[in-house]
Ligand binder design. Structure first.
Ligand code: SF4
Length: 313
């Protein structure tokens, strides 16, 4: 797969199988600036919905991909480098995809704009919507998601409840826990009450599994995650995989390709090797060259080595 500007992958995801990413906003336009975000700090925090990337260009690329691809992905996923519902034509994109293919459409969203009737309408034709909700009280919401100050957690929750009332597809709600931030017993018990009102089809429990935007954002351990899962009941599973904003896999030359991928998020040698389908040994040589050129650097997180873009000497 090559020469695409708005498509990436298909990338493997535990939740979505082989998923082709469709990027509807430039890096990193979002309503939040989550402390755990794996694609870096938000550069444009906004609630303004507009056509951030040209809809017709995106659709042309999807059409080309579908005509060239011999091994179709399990999902076409609207996610990418920020919050996809900020794109004012996301509804048109979904509807147009449905006319082109029977491959199901997934939307990975932070759910912050679902309080808007137009956004709920836009998502109505998606097959699966995967919203996130990491807090239910204002203090915790501001700590973990660092939203635009115009957004309140009450609004976000109300949006999710309203969406459930009219949306007929699957809702898979994701909650990501950061140690000491949103994992207090009180917050979790209140979350459980809110989740009951939202009535998602599945609840996906996650923690910090990738180098986060803020180095001090730390993961919960397996035992802690399992305890939380027991509280949420049988619809809940621990996923421990950050697939909300997957990696880009297209570029001609491998150095360029690596830089483009790492610009989105830090990755380990195994991730890069698997995603780019290049043997580890071969990839290591290119990574070493990029380190020497000071374009990337290594970073240790939870006893794993990751490669990331070097911001300075
Ligand atoms: S994790 Fe998603 S919602 Fe949070 S800041 Fe990053 S892009 Fe935005």
């Amino acid at each position: 797969m090559g020469g695409y500007r708005y498509l990436y992958g298909p990338v493997p995801s535990r939740r979505l199988g082989r998923s082709l990413g469709i990027d509807l906003v430039p890096h990193k336009v979002c309503t939040y600036d989550c402390i755990y975000c794996q694609i870096g700090k938000t550069t444009k925090k906004t609630m303004e919905r507009k056509e951030y990337v040209p809809t017709q260009e995106v659709l042309k690329e999807i059409e080309r991909f579908l005509s060239e691809e011999t091994f179709p992905p399990n999902y076409l996923s609207l996610s990418g480098s920020g919050e996809p519902t900020l794109h004012s034509k996301i509804g048109t994109v979904i509807q147009s995809i449905k006319k082109l293919t029977s491959i199901p459409v997934a939307v990975l969203t932070n759910g912050s704009l679902l309080f808007m009737e137009e956004v709920r309408q836009d998502l109505r034709n998606a097959d699966v919507v995967l919203p996130s909700l990491d807090a239910v009280t204002p203090e915790v919401f501001f700590k973990v998601n660092r939203p635009l100050c115009l957004l309140s957690i009450e609004k976000v929750i109300e949006g999710l409840i309203q969406f459930r009332k009219t949306y007929e597809g699957q809702i898979w709600l994701e909650i990501l826990f950061c140690k000491g931030i949103n994992d207090s017993e009180e917050e979790i018990l209140r979350m459980r009450e809110v989740v009951e009102q939202i009535e998602p089809d599945q609840i996906h429990l996650n923690t910090v599994v990738r180098p986060p935007s803020e180095r001090w954002a730390s993961p919960l351990n397996q035992e802690e995650m399992e305890k939380i899962r027991d509280l949420f009941g049988e619809r809940a599973t621990v996923i421990s995989e950050f697939d909300r904003h997957p990696v880009l896999l297209d570029q001609e030359d491998s150095k360029e390709k690596i830089l483009k991928i790492l610009k989105r998020r830090p990755l380990s040698l195994t991730d890069l090797s698997r995603g780019m389908k290049i043997p580890k040994e071969e990839l290591e040589r290119t990574l070493q060259a990029l380190i020497v050129e000071r374009k990337i650097k290594k970073r240790c997180f939870e006893s794993e080595t990751y490669y990331e873009i070097s911001e300075g000497p």
